[in-house]
Ligand binder design. Structure first.
Ligand code: IMP
Ligand code: MG
Length: 178
């Protein structure tokens, strides 16, 4: 299906399932190569990342651990401004090479608030992998190390990303029709 509706909005097919799968595999190759001798501790930022995390994690090789934190910065279709850390980290990150994974970096506010928190636990290094990146929306000084797709500043749903709680179960990524 190339056109769908979620709540009151229309979305059209933007990145299909196969293209996502291929890109995730490519990211995996890159990450495996970069962390060859020191498998990272992967930290996923919930909720949106769970689909990407599941796929990316299974292409990573070696003794890779994964853990999740929950921070929330989004209500509806505009960033609300407040990032609240609700579920803390269970893994000990001190001295670890941390790979933070996000479904999408929009304004960058979420990571901007979380990075100083994470640094307090003294990781050896921190890198950022995001499936989607909206460079035009970025308001904070952030540079993802691994980017699945750079996209224009339009709202998207699917593959874990939601519009007010719905759309996460779509296998492809759909863009808002305006
Ligand atoms: P940031 O803090 O502004 O970078 O936003 C990050 C979070 O906002 C993401 O992890 C998503 O949960 C949400 N978000 C940003 N853009 C979109 C979008 O286009 N669709 C769905 N969720 C989005
Ligand atoms: Mg998210």
């Amino acid at each position: 299906m190339s056109r769908i509706s979620v709540h009151d909005k229309e979305f059209e097919l933007f990145i299909d399932e196969g293209s996502i799968r291929q890109r995730v595999a490519e990211l995996g190759v890159q990450i495996n190569r970069d962390y060859k001798d020191n498998p990272p501790l992967v930290i996923g930022i919930m909720n949106g990342v769970f689909v990407f995390a599941a796929d990316l994690y299974r292409v990573l090789e070696g003794d890779v651990k994964i853990s999740f934190v929950r921070l929330k910065s989004y209500e509806g279709m505009t960033s609300s401004g407040n990032v609240v850390s609700a579920i803390g980290l269970e893994e000990d990150v001190s001295g670890r090479d941390v790979l933070l994974i996000e479904d999408i970096i929009d304004t960058g506010r979420t990571l901007h608030h979380f990075l100083p928190e994470l640094r307090k636990s003294n990781p050896k290094s921190i890198k950022i992998a995001t499936l989607l990146f909206k460079p035009e929306a970025l308001k904070f000084d952030l540079k993802p190390d691994y980017i699945g797709f750079e996209i224009e500043n339009k709202f998207v749903v699917g593959y874990g990303l939601d519009y007010d709680g719905l759309g996460r179960n779509l296998s492809s990524i759909y863009q808002l029709v305006v």
